[in-house]
Design a protein around this ligand. Sequence first.
Ligand SMILES: NC(=O)C1=CN([C@@H]2O[C@H](COP(=O)(O)OP(=O)(O)OC[C@H]3O[C@@H](n4cnc5c(N)ncnc54)[C@H](OP(=O)(O)O)[C@@H]3O)[C@@H](O)[C@H]2O)C=CC1
Ligand SMILES: O=C(CO)COP(=O)(O)O
Length: 334
Amino acid sequence: MSGRPRAAVLGAGSWGTTVARILADAGTPVTLWARRPEVARGIRARRRNPEYFADVPLPDLVDATDDAAAALSGAALVFLAVPSQTLRANLAGWVGHVDRDATLVSLMKGVELGSGRRMTEVIREVTGVRADRVAVLSGPNLAPEIMDGQPTATVIACADEDRATALQEAVTTPYFRAYTNDDVIGVELGGAVKNVIALAYGVACAMRLGDNLRATLITRGLAETARLGVALGADPLTFAGLAGLGDLVGTCSSPMSRNRTFGEHLGRGGSLEDAQRATRQTAEGVKSCLAIRDLARAHGVEMPITEQIERVCHEGVDPRAALTTLMSRKPKPE
Ligand SMILES: NC(=O)C1=CN([C@@H]2O[C@H](COP(=O)(O)OP(=O)(O)OC[C@H]3O[C@@H](n4cnc5c(N)ncnc54)[C@H](OP(=O)(O)O)[C@@H]3O)[C@@H](O)[C@H]2O)C=CC1
Ligand SMILES: O=C(CO)COP(=O)(O)O
């Protein structure tokens, strides 16, 4: 039995299941909470998640339950991996079971609709815990690749260096390398905004626009991410790192990305509903683009790609018209 503190992962979808496996492979005992009892039962009985990566065995250090209180009780590290727009309601039901000194880690890449809050802000609001107990893990981390045994790296950001280091140790395996960082805002925004840019990239792929435009979307997408980040207090250098450029390039270039795939449906002329029917898993950029656009407007930050993706997703604007709008903006210095 491992002497490590136990972790809980709340959310047994693609990413929660993958992070549970990483933790276990790193020697950290982990309890994975699934909202459907049959998923928890399947993991316990067959050491596989029957709904996500059903062919990948999970190590013995992964336990599973559909009882969030049982998962949280005694867990020193709490990883949250539900869709961003559901975090507030879920956490409100869980908060009474979180241990007094537990570190709460967001694995999510979204911004809350209506409030414009980042996920660590939602965590702090709902639980009332100090900023130094809340962290975010984010980077170029496509779950299917990791479950396929491919190596990658990530970033763990926390205001408390000791907690960041403890988290780093809890997830480090030969195939998963974690860097620490103290820029929670930058790491979190890098992950949330890249999903919106990946939607745009997917649209461009489906429209058979060339590599020049794709590189332009990545570069100008990163520029608008950094502009928003700086306005909100992030370190601009964070966007040159794994949680910024790294995740943006990884997601945009991968046909496995749910956000890019969603954008491809839109680029082929599909409606929002068509794209939702075709892609069952969470594509955070679709809702977060609204929240990020509003956040940018509230801070007087220009995010032209995000503005146009919001119009394509939610206002029925033709992607070609959105591209024309982007290309015909007033000339300006880079
Ligand atoms: N997949 C990836 O490669 C990565 C994902 N992320 C981020 O992780 C977060 C989670 O995404 P991911 O796991 O991929 O998404 P999935 O769509 O694969 O899984 C979503 C999970 O959330 C559950 N769920 C859905 N709705 C609710 C709800 N209302 N309340 C509680 N649970 C709910 C689902 O349960 P059920 O199965 O019962 O519907 C499922 O377990 C997102 O923010 C994403 O951006 C970050 C890095 C990598
Ligand atoms: O965040 C991810 C990779 O880092 C996963 O991206 P998608 O949600 O677009 O699949």
